[in-house]
Design a protein around this ligand. Structure first.
Ligand code: NZQ
Ligand code: ZN
Length: 388
């Protein structure tokens, strides 16, 4: 078990009747708010009006940035930073899913640099220590951005999608009302659910290695919650318990509670971000296609026990099998979960992706070196996973 520091200053209001506390929390941070949102789902649901009214009747001054794209673009971040500089914004308020939150975090950091260009931070791999405060109203259980230190930004001109990290990017406050996710489509629910599952799975091998049982079992509990509640939320979109379990699982998966004593690795994420960067696909769907293939690729005598244990603890696979066979059954259970239970298409070709850029994407994914993980992957390993 490694030494660790746990420090997550995000204050979370969870549940149905919490949004009334939004103005008082924002007023602690300032008065001038940039209200950031996506393509309009919050207008359909009425959340846009609710928030505008709450802010305006409580003396907050509201400016807007609408139209944040899924896979948020660097150009949209720069537009937001320009507004913040011009209007002396105190707080960036993200209302939406991971894309809106990531865009808001990146705006918050970009506002405080002279160039006003987020790509300067992203391309220089800057760890962000200064940013405007970010507040969140979450509408999608998926990325964990509502409680983590990351923002993933895309530059479609160069086919790059890269994470920007930093303690200053952790939101100061997040409002998580599971009811706000009732309006998600079954497809977005499935993609979000698998994103949560993979955030834990990417790291699972190392938690086992750390011999920290409590963390390992906590990880298994989060994955079990996703496996249990995602299909229910897809069939019954208004099921509060299902939506609540998924929303809290989203936050737990990346707020570093599950990293205690171990390292956080993200092999599948590194491979998936290339697919989104080249083809603008939905992140969770790309992960679902890659994950079972990656597990198959790294399966060997050393990795089999951890994969098999996951099958036993999360999917209820029998306990007395040979380890390789048990691991293979686990991989089959994960595939079934992705492609039958969640109903996601199972091949890159189903998403219009062929092998044209596999080599290029593989080299980008490992930054010309390796992706670390239970088995380190070189660019030719990554290309082989894409081909699978
Ligand atoms: O844009 P609107 O109109 O709001 O619609 C969105 C969007 O079309 C819609 N949506 C969200 N909440 C809804 C809803 N529709 C109806 N009802 C609701 N309640 O869903 C679509 C997808 O939204 P988006 O925010 O893109 O999804 P998600 O939350 O999955 O975020 C994905 C982005 O986050 C990044 C991904 O790479 C991707 O760019 N990630 C961020 C991470 C982080 N910050 O730590 C980690 C993740 O691994 C991930 O990489
Ligand atoms: Zn993810």
């Amino acid at each position: 078990m490694k030494d660790f520091i746990f420090h997550n200053p995000d204050k979370v209001y969870f549940g149905k009747n919490q949004i009334k506390y939004l103005p008082e929390e924002l007023l602690k941070l300032g008065k001038r708010v940039l209200f950031v949102y996506g393509g309009g789902s919050i207008k359909k649901s009425g959340l846009y009006d609710t928030i505008n009214e709450l802010l305006k009747t409580n003396g907050l001054e509201v400016f807007e940035l609408a139209g944040v794209e899924p896979n948020p673009r660097h150009s949209t971040v720069n537009k937001g930073a320009e507004i913040c500089k011009k209007e002396n914004i105190d707080i960036v308020l993200a209302v939406g899913g991971g894309s809106t939150i990531d865009c808001s975090k990146a705006i918050a950091a970009t506002t405080l640099i002279e160039s006003g260009d987020v790509w300067e931070l992203v391309s220089n791999n800057v760890w962000v220590t200064k940013a405007l405060p970010v507040a969140v109203v979450l509408t999608n259980a998926a990325t964990g951005s509502e409680m983590d230190a990351w923002a993933v930004i895309s530059n479609m001109n160069t086919n790059e999608k890269i994470g920007l990290g930093g303690n200053a990017l952790i939101p100061k406050v997040a409002f998580e009302n599971p009811e706000l996710s009732f309006s998600l489509s079954a497809y977005q629910t499935a993609c979000g659910a698998f994103d949560i599952f993979n955030h834990v799975l990417d790291n699972y091998y190392f938690a086992g290695e750390a011999t920290f049982d409590m963390i390992l079992e906590f990880q298994e509990a989060v994955m079990r919650a996703v496996v249990k509640w995602a299909p229910i939320a897809m069939k019954e979109p208004d099921n509060y318990e299902a939506r609540a379990n998924l929303m809290w699982a989203s936050s737990m998966a990346l707020n570093t509670v599950l990293d205690a004593g171990t390292v956080h690795d993200c092999a599948c994420h590194a491979m998936e971000h290339e697919l989104s960067a080249y083809y603008d696909i939905t992140h969770g769907h790309g992960l679902a296609i890659i994950t079972p293939r990656w597990l198959e690729y790294i399966l060997n005598e050393r990795t089999a026990p951890a994969i098999y244990r996951l099958g036993v603890m999360v999917f209820g696979i029998e306990e007395s099998l040979d380890e390789i066979l048990g691991a293979k059954k686990t991989i089959k259970a994960i595939s079934d979960f992705c492609f039958n239970t969640l109903g996601l298409k199972s091949n890159l070709s189903d998403l219009g992706i062929d092998d044209k850029y596999f080599k290029e994407m593989a080299e980008h994914a490992c930054f010309g070196s390796i992706i670390t993980g239970p088995e380190n992957l070189t660019s030719s390993d990554i290309e082989a996973v894409y081909k699978m």
